[in-house]
Design a protein around this ligand. Structure first.
Ligand SMILES: Cc1ncc(COP(=O)(O)O)c(C=O)c1O
Length: 420
């Protein structure tokens, strides 16, 4: 084995190739510059200027859908949590890493979701990375919508690596015919001897469109497949009381408009880092059998610490507020309808949907980035998304509404858009 070290650290392959990647990103206008916020998340935020001062801008790019990220009760619950439990257990959950506030939060989530049980993680990314490799076994097939979130894609990839013999499939976005074809091919595949799983986002974050859960359920039943929904953008937004896309489709047990004939979703993943408090954290929700398997066998469960107690306590309070104040969900719906109407009247094309995501299509990636830069100068904080996050030619400004926005905020945003 050679013991000769490179003469300088910059000769190391990592250094040279990383400098290349970063230079290419800068050159292609895709380099991400992190904006520093100097105060809490709200309908407006304080952004740090290059000279170190801060200025207030209207925030149109947070997932703070119900305005709970800085709600006094949510903040207070977090403070009480850290006072009562300290910073954490310094342990993974199955050893001595589970506080009773985790149990409380998991009961609250199950009640809110209308499921038998739930189990939390430090993020929804981790929840997805835990779920697929834990639930799938060799001979199973995981069939996923092509526009599913990156953490679903990676979770499925990980399952196929960890459990050799797990079969992967992708169907065209929200296309039931394409899914049927995949299911037929999967059933005919001799390598598929176990469970078939169909996986979809509830709300798709780039388009703001939603999955047709009753139709997916029916199709799954035809092929004896189980249905998993990541509803990170649906919680707090969809359904009369904000329980999610399953409530929107009358598939949420415990909700007033539940229709048992439509069937249920088998498992959910979701985040606590958007409408439900906005701190961090994720969960799976579904049968007790599934969460027990996660406790026993999930690698992120067995080898990684729990959600910090302060976050568990504030998320628990945020969900209590959603259940107590469904009028927040209606306020979000009203302000979103107003925004769509005003933006369209100003001559922009907004993708229509029942969600709080309002993508304004501008086409070219460089144009989307230039527009978001100009909007920031005009006091509106909104991000431009381009290729490869969205398809080539479909670059967009993604405006996300919050129940905390007022019509004055929307009018100011539309004024700025007109100036473009
Ligand atoms: C659909 C979906 N799932 C999961 C996540 C990840 O959530 P978290 O931030 O809790 O890891 C996101 C975040 O953008 C998301 O949009």
């Amino acid at each position: 084995m050679s013991t000769t070290a490179p003469s300088t650290t910059s000769a190391r392959p990592f250094n040279a190739r990383t400098d290349d990647i970063l230079a290419q990103l800068e050159h292609g206008g895709q380099y991400k510059h992190l904006q520093m916020l100097t105060g809490p998340m709200g309908p407006t935020v304080m952004l740090r200027k290059p000279n170190g001062d801060s200025r207030e801008v209207i925030c149109m790019c947070s997932n703070n859908y119900l305005g709970l990220a800085n709600h006094p009760e949510v903040v207070e619950a977090g403070i009480e949590g850290i006072r009562k439990y300290g910073a954490g257990t310094a342990s993974v959950r199955f050893i001595c890493g589970t506080f009773d506030c985790h149990e409380t939060l998991e009961r609250t989530i199950a009640k809110y979701m209308g499921t038998e049980s739930s189990y939390t993680f430090v993020s929804c990314w981790t929840a997805n990375e835990a779920l697929y490799p834990t639930f799938a076994e060799p001979g199973d097939a995981l069939i996923s919508d092509e526009l599913n979130h990156a953490c679903i894609i990676d979770g499925i990839r990980l399952a196929a690596v960890i459990k050799k013999g797990v079969v992967k499939g992708v169907y065209k976005h929200n296309d039931l015919d394409s899914l049927r074809e995949k299911l037929e091919a999967t059933r005919a595949n001799p390598d598929v001897t176990g469970q078939i799983w169909v996986v979809t986002d509830g709300v798709f974050s780039m388009e703001g469109d939603i999955a047709d859960l009753p139709a997916l359920r029916k199709l799954c039943d035809e092929f004896d497949a189980m249905l998993i929904v990541d509803d990170s953008h649906g919680h707090g937004v969809m359904g009369t009381t904000g329980r999610g896309t399953h409530e929107h489709w009358n598939m949420c047990p415990g909700a007033a408009d539940y229709d048992a004939s439509r069937g249920e979703v088998d498992f959910f993943t979701g985040t606590l880092g958007k409408a439900l408090g906005g701190g961090a954290g994720g969960f799976i929700a579904g049968s007790k059998r599934g969460t027990e398997l996660m406790v026993q066998r999930g690698r992120p469960t067995l080898f990684s610490n729990a959600l910090p107690a302060t976050v568990a306590c504030s998320a628990n309070t945020a969900i209590q507020i959603v259940m107590r104040e469904p009028q927040r969900v209606q306020a979000l719906r009203d302000i979103t309808a107003y925004a769509r109407q005003q933006i369209t009247a100003a001559g922009f094309e907004v993708i229509d949907s029942p969600t709080a995501i309002c993508p304004i299509i501008v086409g070219d990636t460089a144009k989307a980035i230039a527009m978001s830069k100009r909007l920031l100068e005009l006091g509106v904080f909104v991000i431009g998304f381009g290729y490869p996050v969205v398809p080539e030619g479909a670059a967009r400004l993604r405006l996300q509404m919050s129940a905390a926005h007022t019509t004055e905020h929307v009018d100011a945003v539309v004024d700025a858009l007109r100036k473009l």
